[in-house]
Structures are given as C-alpha cells and as structure tokens.
Design a protein around this ligand. Sequence first.
Ligand SMILES: [Zn+2]
Length: 230
Amino acid sequence: CCGLYIGFEEGQSHHVNYPFGLHQQYDLPWDYYSQRDKFFLQSHRCRRTLVPAGRACEPCGSILRNDVFVGILQRMGCGIHPNTPLIYMPIANLVETVRRKTDQCRSLKLTHLNLARKLLGKMTALDEHKQFVMAVASGRVERVAQLVQACLSNGVGIRGLVERYERACREVYNPKGFTEDDIMLGLLILRLGGARLAGIVHRAKGLPGISTLRQNTVIRPLRASAGMPT
Ligand SMILES: [Zn+2]
C-alpha cells in the first residue's frame, strides 16, 4: 500500500488546496506526501502491505471516515466560509483572504482620508465663525448688522465676513445698507445742520452719506405759493 490517493478537481491542486495547517491543530493519524504531482495520505497504522494497484489498505482507507477528513472534503467541495478560522484554510483561501482584507484596508484608508479632509474643512469654518464672534464681541465696528446684511445679500461666506469686518475696523470698508432710522436721522441732521454736519456724521458714525440721503429724501422742498397762507 502506498497510501490513499487524493484527487483534486480541475484547477485545484494539493499544493494550495489541502489544509496542511490542520496537522498542527489536530493530532491527525496520517501523513501526507506527494509524488510526481500526485497526493497521498498514509495512515500511521499502514504496514505497506501488498494491495491491488490503485487500492489502499484498511487503515489508509479508514481515513475517509475520519471526522476531520470528512470536514476537509466538504470544504474542498463546497468552499470555505470567510469567517472560518485561518488554520482551517488551505493556501489558496488564505491568499484570497489576504487580498480581500488588503482591499478593505485600502477602502477604509480612503474613507478615513476623506473624513479627515471634511473634518478639517468643518474645523476651519468653525474657527472662522469663532473668529467672527470674537471680532463682533470686541465692538470695534458699530454697524455689524448692516455689514452682515450686505454680506448675506452678496452671497459672501464667513471668511469674507471676517475680512470685511477687519476692513471695516480699518475704516476702509463702509457697510452699505441702512435702516429707516439711519436714513431719518441722517436726513434730520442734513436738514437741521446742513451738508457739512451730515458729512461729518457720515464719516464719524457711519450714517448714510449725503448722496444716499438725497436719493432717499422724503421731505418735499418748500415752494413759494402765490396764495394767502391759511
Ligand atoms: Zn496503507
């Protein structure tokens, strides 16, 4: 007897489809060897007796009834569940598992990178909002509401808002957009104090300028009347 011959399906071979690792896990009662690319299992009880060609002795034949070997045959025929312990896997399945895990790692790294990039963007935006809150709290610009309204209507983001606030602090930027109260107060100053005073208040307090006031004039100019006063 030269052992139990194990045949493999087309495309398979004992080199990569027999789970050699199981011999470490279990004390299996057989040895394995290959000869001219043929694979044999030989029972520890085999006495190498004379048997008909292509047959195995009783101890070698009994390997077919061993529970562990029955499991090996089942996995060879039906495939191996991905969650099977690695020691049960032949080299072919181990290679496939490593490839799959490598792909998963790559995909996770990419997801991680994208999340980190998004997070960085959000943190930057948050910093800019905080910066704006601090700038407003500093009270260096009185007409913050008008500045924000002008920015919102022009689609300016938080970064632009902070920039415009800083410019307003340096008196380079003068926020447009006045409330009705501003216009009325400006007009009152223009009428009572004249253009010079209105100009001073415009520069000092950011109230509407003379040209803006004239565009918004609500008081009709006085006209001489030929009739008798009532
Ligand atoms: Zn034998």
